[in-house]
Ligand binder design. Structure first.
Ligand SMILES: Cc1ncc(COP(=O)(O)O)c(C=O)c1O
Length: 387
């Protein structure tokens, strides 16, 4: 039985930090009142929820009344995209990119079934959208542009500021799925020209099943659900109080630590990239510089990423192939395909996503194990022998 665990799948989810867990704990058994109750304990819980909103707003450079708590990134994306579309009296045009998470892509596909038209912008070999191509794609009835801040698979950062500026200049609503960026890199919603921004606590050492949507003041959309006045009717239902409290604490901690964490992760990331490349015929996917501090996505030529993953798993190394949601499927990742990778290179990809808690020793351990694994798998690969 393997005793060591090196967790390098922070892009899928992260552990809840002890400080966050301790901060949430009283809201399960002691401060359990409904924040809508008018009695004293209810008012105290309301106050804690509002403090979490303030922390979230301050982390994004937003106002408290622009923050809506949701059940996570997927729900935030749905509320923004579907909410804007539902408010319209007739179908129109939406622009997104071909490398979005399914939490945006599938919503867009669904909106197409309802009569809207969607343009899926292409990306270059690094997975980046060109702001010029966005300008060219705008039509008379384009009502929404949704481009992610950073890609979950390959870690490439999109030029969101420029993309947001194009949208703002044309008076089109701009949404960014910033699930992978919040708590990793500094930014604020004004710089991004964002009208909507989605985030999810479990990606920055907060709890799962809780997230937030930033919606710029003055914008009106149709809620997806009815049934209560919570979250100013945009997301009715009794609040996930411990989750909200955990999100507030996690975002406060994560944002305050960005400079040191970014420096540390970039150093570990670059060491891992170099060490993996030194194995030979291992290629980095995504942008060499404009990428998330903790993301390493490589293709091992001649072998399957899934086989590498399983062998790493047997050594106690947790990584992923493609995004957690699509792994298990035999289709190559839509992101790598959109970047022009051929089938075999796309199938040979593995994502290591580093986070809080990873160390130099973890990198040493992965590099020590990866080289013989790749050698063994290649020795059994017909394409390796036929090269
Ligand atoms: C870019 C991106 N958007 C959305 C999501 C979905 O977030 P959640 O798991 O909170 O629904 C994820 C999670 O993997 C993601 O990486």
């Amino acid at each position: 039985m393997q005793s060591r665990l090196v967790y390098m799948d922070h892009g899928a989810t992260t552990p809840v930090r002890k400080e966050v867990f301790d901060y949430m704990a009283p809201y399960f058994q002691e401060q359990y009142s409904n924040p809508s109750s008018l009695h004293a304990p209810g008012r105290e819980v309301r106050q804690a929820v509002e403090e979490a909103r303030e922390k979230t707003a301050s982390a994004l450079g937003a106002n408290e009344d622009e923050i809506y708590f949701t059940a996570g990134g997927t729900e935030s994306n749905n509320i923004a995209l579907r909410g804007v579309a539902k408010k319209r009296t007739k179908p129109g045009h939406i622009i997104t990119s071909s490398v979005e998470h399914h939490a945006v892509l599938d919503v867009c596909k669904n909106l197409e079934n309802e009569g809207h038209r969607v343009k899926y912008l292409p990306v270059n070999q690094y997975g980046r959208v060109d702001p010029e191509s966005l300008k060219e794609a705008i039509e008379d009835d384009t009502f929404m542009i949704s481009i992610m801040a950073a890609n979950n698979e390959i870690g490439t950062l999109q030029p969101v500021r420029e993309l947001g500026a194009v949208a703002r200049e044309k008076g089109i609503l701009f949404h960014t799925d910033a699930v992978q960026v919040v708590g990793q890199l500094p930014f604020n919603v004004a710089d991004l020209n964002a009208d909507f921004l989605s985030l999810s606590a479990h990606k920055f050492n907060g709890p799962k099943g809780i997230g937030a949507l930033y919606m710029r003041k003055g914008i009106k959309i149709d809620p997806l659900y009815r049934g209560g006045s919570q979250e100013r009717k945009l997301r009715p239902g009794t609040e996930n109080v411990p989750g909200i409290i955990g999100l507030g604490k996690a975002i406060e901690l994560a944002v305050s630590e960005i400079p040191e964490k970014k420096k540390k992760l970039e150093h570990l990331r670059d060491r891992l990239i170099k060490g993996l490349r030194d194995i030979g015929e291992v290629y980095l996917n995504g942008h060499p510089k404009e990428r998330l501090p903790g993301n390493v996505n490589v293709s091992f030529q001649y072998i399957e990423g899934e086989s590498v993953l399983l062998s790493l798993d047997m050594e106690g190394i947790a990584a992923s192939s493609g995004s957690a949601c699509s792994s298990g499927s035999l289709e190559p990742s839509h992101v790598l395909s959109a970047m022009g990778l051929d089938h075999s290179m796309a199938h040979g990809s593995v994502r290591f996503s580093l986070g809080y808690g990873n160390s130099e020793e973890d990198i040493d351990y992965v590099l020590e194990k990866a080289s013989p694994i790749v050698e063994r798998l290649r020795s059994m690969s017909p394409t390796y022998h036929a090269r």
